[in-house]
Write a protein that binds this ligand. Structure first.
Ligand code: AGP
Length: 616
């Protein structure tokens, strides 16, 4: 986690860095800091606990800014949330200032060795080891300080470091140079007109330039205001590939919405349309994807699919399991990425691995992908963030095209993952044994989806009123069967994440095997009741809750459920089963959102969380 931004150019660095940090706050908001080269040649660091706004407030006077600086927004790993632990970290001799995203696993050993050499430390972070190590190695060189000698000191230092890092580094003796290095944590170079930037992701750069270079692992970059040079750790020159960022600025703007989460919930009709645009063949009743790199023959030979993801994306994978097994008749396993990497699960020779990640930077998912590729499996990704590490390293994939998702709680990225998994089940199904007629029905249902989502969003006011009534409860159960079970899990996660209310998701019928003990008038249940063959059984679960004085909110697409059965009834439009989980998700997103707002929580930046989890 953590976000880093560096700038070198002719404008004041401070406002550019602050703007970049605000864009990266989704990566962490425990504390923030920057180090700016002043016109008198000194480097001034300012650090504050809390959000970027606190840092901005501390920078009220016009800075003596010379157009060179680095900055950081922190999600604490090593060391508490304190000002000394806030980046940038300066070396003991104030020669090297750096910001770091990642974890240095052998920092204790490096620290002990530097302490023995007389180097002093000021804080508890693993990152301070890096500034001191680079400064120490620089001091050991007998040559005068130059771009070359700093480069060498960085290289020598990183050779002894175990762990992950995206780094932006300044040397106090070099007024026109900025350095970056990457291993395991993302780092992007922005190439502007007479200015260059470094950042953890493109959103921090977009306001200045759309031309970017995605650095790869084990690369070091040296920048001045009009040039840059990339080499590998082994000093091989890298020929850079410059890409253009395609997101529109308005995609990342709040508009008239109070929170990004609400905006992103309302983005869903267009986000999902973007996910299926150009990917449906109405004539053939099939979906199509450009970048899977899988022939039809290869698809026919798939024996099993393993889906790997974390958090909300893992919930999407669970829905994918139901859809792919049902429509493509391929057995599917869904694994937490963090477990998959270490448990060495036996897999069939013809297993296809699918990784799902909104950010494309989640380290657990990235490492799981690398592990699967190491073992020779074909890995495809369902990824939102274009150019992200997972997207660049996999063997093929599908971009979600949801646009930037800034609210920490995932909403539109989740429903777009569900849609892509549904389209994948059609594609694989039609390549194997899904009939033309069934394929056509599913493709039609997908085309109708944006309208149905709009109709569902029209329920917002009534859902807000329900949320107000239920905001004071401390425990919730979310219940659903089959593909609605992962939707129940996702509903519970959303509520936990942004309102800090305890919530658990269960398969409806499992409730009576244990969780029923929780039910009382103080623990309401939110039950998803699709109008299908499970309806009667689901209503039995509702009765069991009611018999124990539990309050019930039913989310359904049936018009035949007596309103007396539920304390609240939310009726969404009817849709084909392949898209129904999407429509059932939307009321759950709105309930969580309005409960959190009612409780006065910081919806877009919930406590302890970060949008992109880039530490294991
Ligand atoms: C979503 O609301 C969560 N904040 C979180 O579970 C997230 O889905 C998870 O960390 C995976 O992120 P990714 O999709 O970017 O890989």
């Amino acid at each position: 986690m953590c976000g880093i931004v560096g700038y070198i150019g002719h404008d004041n660095a401070t406002p550019i860095l602050l703007n970049g940090l605000k864009r990266l706050e989704y990566r962490g908001y425990d504390s923030a800091g920057l180090a700016i080269r002043q016109k008198d040649g000194s480097i001034k660091a300012t650090r504050r606990v809390g959000k970027v706004a606190n840092l901005a407030a501390a920078l009220t006077t016009e800075p003596e800014d010379s157009g060179l600086g680095i900055s950081h927004t922190r999600w604490a790993t090593h060391g508490g949330v304190t000002e000394p632990n806030t980046h940038p970290h300066a070396s003991w001799n104030k020669k090297i200032f750096l910001v770091h995203n990642g974890v240095i696993e052998n920092y204790q050993q490096l620290k002990t060795s530097l302490l023995a050499k007389g180097v002093t430390f000021e804080n508890e972070t693993d990152s301070e080891v890096l500034s001191n190590l680079i400064a120490y190695n620089l001091e050991q060189q007998s040559e005068e300080i130059s771009v070359k000698s700093v480069n060498k000191a960085i290289r020598t230092s990183l050779a002894s470091v175990e762990g992950t890092y995206g780094l932006a580094i300044l040397c106090s003796d070099l007024p026109d140079s900025l350095f970056g290095a990457r291993k395991g944590s993302p780092l992007i170079l922005g190439v502007g007109k007479n200015e260059m930037m470094l950042a953890s992701d493109a959103s921090a750069i977009r306001a200045r330039t759309r031309e970017v270079v995605y650095l790869d692992d084990n690369q070091i970059v040296t920048l001045n205001h009009d040039n840059f040079n990339i080499t590998t750790f082994e000093e091989t020159e890298v020929v850079p590939e410059i890409s253009t960022i395609s997101w529109k600025d308005e995609d990342a703007n709040l508009g008239d919405f109070e929170h990004y989460m609400l905006k992103e919930i309302h983005d869903q009709p267009s986000a999902l349309e973007n996910a299926f645009r150009g990917r449906l063949d109405m004539e053939e009743g099939i979906s199509k994807f450009g970048g899977l790199n899988l022939s039809r023959q290869a698809i026919r030979h798939i024996d099993r699919i393993t889906i790997v993801a974390c958090g909300t994306a893992w919930h999407a994978g669970l829905v994918g399991e139901y859809l792919i097994e049902k429509y493509a008749r391929i057995p599917v396993e869904v694994e937490y990425a963090s477990e998959f990497r270490y448990r060495n699960a036996p897999m069939d020779k013809n297993t296809l691995v699918i990784v799902i990640s909104q950010s494309g930077e989640t380290i657990d998912t990235l490492e799981a992908q690398r592990e699967a590729q190491r073992k020779g499996y074909h890995v495809i990704g369902i990824i939102n963030n274009v150019g992200s590490t997972i997207a660049r390293e996999n063997d093929g994939g599908i971009y979600q095209h949801s646009g930037p998702e800034i609210g920490v709680a995932s909403t539109k990225a989740f429903t777009s993952q569900l849609l892509i998994l549904s389209m994948l089940s059609i594609y694989f199904g039609r390549t194997r044994d899904l009939s033309y007629a069934d394929g056509c029905k599913m493709v039609d249902a997908i085309k109708e989806l944006p309208n149905l989502i709009k109709q569902t969003l029209e329920l917002s006011d009534s859902i807000k009123a329900i949320a107000k009534k239920f905001a004071h409860y401390h425990d919730f159960l979310f219940l659903g069967r089959l593909e609605m079970f992962p939707i129940a899990l996702e509903g519970a996660l959303k509520l936990k994440e942004i309102s800090y209310i305890h919530a658990e998701g269960y398969p409806s019928a499992e409730m009576k095997h244990g969780p029923i003990a929780l039910i009382s008038e103080d623990c309401p249940s939110i039950v998803i009741v699709p109008d299908d063959e499970t309806l009667k059984k689901n209503l039995s679960s509702v009765q069991e809750v009611k018999a124990r004085k539990g309050k019930v909110i039913i989310i359904t697409d049936s018009h035949d459920i007596p309103s007396s059965l539920a304390d609240e009834l939310i009726i969404v439009p009817k849709a084909h089963n392949c898209v129904r989980p999407i429509l059932m998700t939307i009321p759950l997103q709105l309930i969580s959102y309005y409960i959190a707002v009612e409780l006065g929580k910081d919806v877009d930046k919930p406590r302890n969380l970060a949008k992109s989890v880039t530490v294991e």
